[in-house]
Design a protein around this ligand. Structure first.
Ligand code: XMP
Length: 510
């Protein structure tokens, strides 16, 4: 399969670059510059290489450098930001500090005719973020773009298919960034565009049908997107040789356990065991108020329950994990076989006796996982569901957890989610839920005094959940949710909206 190497020099946009390439239907993989050599690159058959940005200055001895031989392998290269300066440096160009004229943000760009700029007008806007720039390009390189403050906004050695841009084509603020990446992939690297989720799903099913033939395979299905897509894909490959265990810890949202069971077992025909373990979890959590202790108890109990079920099944050869590409990249694993246990089922590989782990989504970004899910026929609502933490509502009931509090929260949360759906906002807000605070407040209903719980509503917009902004929900949506919650959930007397971003807060309250 044709593929592009995103050679990572520590830039904050490296995953975005790979995603943009894949959006153009070309597979891209990210490798840290320190984990690959020019020889290895030559032997891998890459159609092209992209040098990413990075926070350093090329003249700083501790900054990431790379073997200049990579530029003479006959593989097209596109350098971006630091990658542009590095390419110039490797070929003896001159780089200097922009000092007071360093650029950050949207900048007017002027381009010359070049294969890289096909269908890009002479004047457009690009996104810059740099303190150094190329002052003099290397010999044989031609300047193909400039801005007011950056004489070499892009350069190339067309005869060797070497291109470099000081700006960031991968961010949406660069008006023609998509076209520029497209041109690099199709006009410079001569890619054909074979990477589609349809192809991926079909070829994966085919592959697992062969490699897992006759083996017993076990999957922990949480109902989250990743484990659901992994399970359905393997079910299509090996049918009932796949057993899915769904641990219902009683900390799920309203009707969630039934929806998961109904969808995957009844409708999609998976061999699914639902373990109703809510009493066990509640007993273990009794009186526990400390958030990290709650998490730990739930994680451990989950493993115990899963282990018991696995034992009932007997010897299992293969365990399925829903690891996705950002987990692989962030754990620094690259292509080394470091197995990162799934976030929600941490530690499983150590306690279950199995021979092999299969991670069918290991190379996919989240949006690709969703596209595969749709391709496999998983209902839209499940594929596009918002993230839900492994410890579930336990970290959304503040203080100690009781069944009564969980039931109260479930009702309030369901109403809030319904109102977001009714307002058609579910795709604009990345995560939205209710929290049951441990506070009771005084109120009045009819002529009587009430003393009910305070429910907090939380809705955030975010790209990566590392930072998040509170969502500016329309007042009327909040008003409807508040009115319905206080009317329909008897033990709730007050509703507040959380207007804190992350940082300083986190998305979850515990
Ligand atoms: P925070 O609260 O850390 O949340 O800002 C960021 C994202 O991670 C989810 N989250 C968890 N997911 N186990 C999980 O599987 C956890 O213990 C956990 N804690 C937070 C949270 O819902 C949000 O999407």
């Amino acid at each position: 399969m044709e593929k592009i190497l995103v050679l990572d020099f520590g830039g904050q946009y490296n995953q975005l670059i790979a995603r943009r390439v894949r959006d153009e239907h070309v597979y891209a993989e990210i490798k840290a510059y320190s984990k690959i050599t020019a020889d290895k690159i030559a032997s891998e058959g890459y159609a092209g290489i992209i040098f990413t940005g990075g926070p350093n200055s090329v003249y700083d001895p501790s900054s990431p450098h790379f073997d200049p031989a990579v530029l003479n392998l006959g593989i097209p290269v596109l350098g971006i930001c630091y990658g542009c300066q590095l390419m110039a440096y490797m070929e003896n160009g001159e780089i200097c500090s922009a000092g007071s004229i360093s650029e950050y943000g949207k900048v007017d760009l002027t381009v010359k005719q070049s294969p890289l700029f096909k269908n890009v007008p002479e004047k457009s806007v690009c996104w810059m973020s740099h303190t150094d720039y190329v002052k003099t390009p290397p010999a044989h390189f031609e300047i193909i773009a400039s801005t007011d403050n950056c004489p070499v906004a892009a350069m190339c050695d067309e005869s060797r298919n070497l291109y470099a841009v000081q700006f960031h084509p991968e961010v949406t603020h660069t008006e023609y960034g998509k076209a520029i990446l497209h041109n690099f992939l199709y006009d410079v690297c001569r890619c054909k565009g074979e990477w589609t989720m349809e192809n991926f799903a079909a070829s994966s099913i085919e592959k697992y049908r062969e490699t897992l033939k006759g083996k017993r395979v076990l999957c922990a299905l949480s109902g989250g997107v990743d484990s659901s897509v992994a399970a359905v894909m393997l079910h299509k490959a090996i049918g009932d040789n796949l057993t899915c265990v769904f641990v219902d810890h009683g900390l799920l949202r309203k009707d969630e356990g039934d929806i998961v069971e109904n969808t995957f077992k009844t409708k999609m025909g998976l061999n699914l065991i639902r373990v109703n373990a809510s009493d066990r979890f509640l007993a273990k959590l009794e009186g526990v108020t400390e958030p990290e202790k709650k998490r730990k108890i739930i994680g451990e109990e989950f493993i115990r329950v899963f282990e018991e079920e696995a034992k009932k099944i007997g010897k299992v050869q293969v365990l399925v994990q829903g690891t996705i590409y950002p987990d692989v990249v962030e754990s620094g694993a690259g292509d080394a076989a470091v197995i990162k246990s799934h976030h929600n089922v941490g530690g499983l590989p150590d306690v279950i006796d199995f021979d092999e782990i299969v991670e069918p989504l290991r190379n996919l970004f989240k949006d690709e996982v969703r596209a595969v899910g749709i391709e496999l026929g998983i209902p839209y609502e499940l594929v596009w569901r918002q993230p839900f933490p492994g410890p579930g509502l336990a970290i959304r009931v503040m203080g100690d957890i009781t069944k009564e509090k969980l039931d109260t929260l479930r009702l309030a949360d369901a109403i809030f989610r319904e109102e977001i759906l009714n307002a058609g906002l579910e795709r604009d807000v990345n995560q939205y839920f209710a929290v049951l605070t441990n506070n009771r407040t005084v109120g009045v209903m009819g002529d009587a005094r009430t003393y009910g719980y305070t429910v907090a509503l939380r809705a955030v917009s975010t790209d990566d959940f590392m930072t998040a902004d509170w969502s500016r929900l329309p007042y009327d949506v909040l008003a409807r949710a508040s009115a319905r919650i206080t009317n329909e959930v008897h033990s709730v007397g007050r509703v507040v909206y959380d207007v804190t971003s992350k940082p300083p807060a986190t998305v979850e309250w515990e």
